[in-house]
Design a protein around this ligand. Structure first.
Ligand code: HSE
Length: 296
């Protein structure tokens, strides 16, 4: 039996739309066994599709198809810690697990680069699947069907506060809210900040993050879809976050903090239930995952 563990991810990191992403200490665990039919189950009570449309299975099948190997079925179990449709990479975790699991069952025929390219083709953009697979802080470009990524370790002195609301927001809906065209000014606004955010993470200059994670391409269009999102960002800023941004397509609001800033979490936990506008958010204290997906 193959066991694949995949971290949660937080994509975009503000300005790096469809490019930047980082891996965090919350994990889904999947097992894979060869089987003559499809047998998929959730071991934690989460409802998951149990047929050929299951994303883990579809991603595994893509590996069989790429290698030209017929697939009759698989026995897959899923343990889901990453909340679904919250901007924390639950879909990417399924895709990465399916690909790594199938590749291990088939004797490791694909390279990491081939698997990352396949995962990106299924997901449509690399910013979640790359850190899910590689761990750390990953910068990616998807160019003519090829993924180009650089992974850097995330400073272990950082922690991440994921403010997760009690409702889902489908990425498709959050992407539909974006304009088809943007101005040259907004493009420059973002590319300069995405570059600065990457340099700031690499250099450990976190004083730059509040400016570097500002964005003009997606967050202002998505905040209206997130009930309490604006107030949540304000609270996280007031509590002293180094940076606050919408995680992936939302609706989770992510704050970057110093790992030893325990007061941030204590005050956040105290404040959320007291606020009518924020009581549907739960805060999770997450740490960097610099390892990425593992296969055993
Ligand atoms: N970059 C993607 C988006 C992440 O913001 O739509 C969600 O998959």
């Amino acid at each position: 039996m193959i066991t694949v563990t995949v971290p949660a991810t937080s994509a975009n990191v503000g300005a790096g739309f469809d490019s930047l992403g980082l891996a965090l200490s919350m994990h889904n665990v999947f097992t894979f066994e060869e089987c003559d039919r499809i047998r998929i189950s959730s071991v934690d009570g989460t409802r998951v599709p149990t047929g050929a449309n299951n994303l883990v299975y579809r991603s595994a099948r893509a590996v069989y198809d790429q290698l030209g190997i017929p697939l009759r079925g698989l026995r897959i179990t899923q343990r889901n810690a990453i909340p679904m449709a919250r901007g924390l990479g639950s879909s990417s975790a399924c895709i990465v697990a399916g690909i790594l699991g199938a590749n291990a069952l088939l004797g490791d025929k694909l390279t990491s680069r081939q698997m990352l390219t396949l995962a990106t083709a299924i997901e449509g953009h690399p910013d979640n699947v790359a850190p899910a697979m590689l761990g750390g802080f990953v910068t990616s470009v998807y160019d003519e069907g090829q993924v180009y990524s650089v992974k850097k370790m995330i400073d272990e002195q950082l922690a991440f506060a994921a403010f997760v609301p009690d409702f889902r927001l489908l990425t498709s809906k959050a992407r539909a809210a974006l304009p088809a065209m943007v101005s040259h000014k907004d493009a420059v606004y973002n590319l300069s900040r995405a570059a600065l955010a990457t340099a700031a993470f690499c250099d450990g200059d976190y004083s730059l993050l509040s400016v570097a994670t500002k964005d003009a391409l997606h967050q202002k269009y998505r905040l209206p879809l997130i009930d309490g999102g604006e107030e949540m960002e304000e609270l996280a800023q007031d509590l002293g976050a180094l940076a606050v941004y919408i995680s992936g397509a939302g609706p989770t609001i992510m704050a970057v903090v110093h790992r030893d800033d325990e007061e941030f979490f204590a005050r956040a936990k105290e404040s959320l239930p007291q606020s009518e506008k924020l009581k549907h958010f739960t805060v999770h204290r997450l740490l960097p995952d610099n390892v990425g997906a593992t296969v055993k």
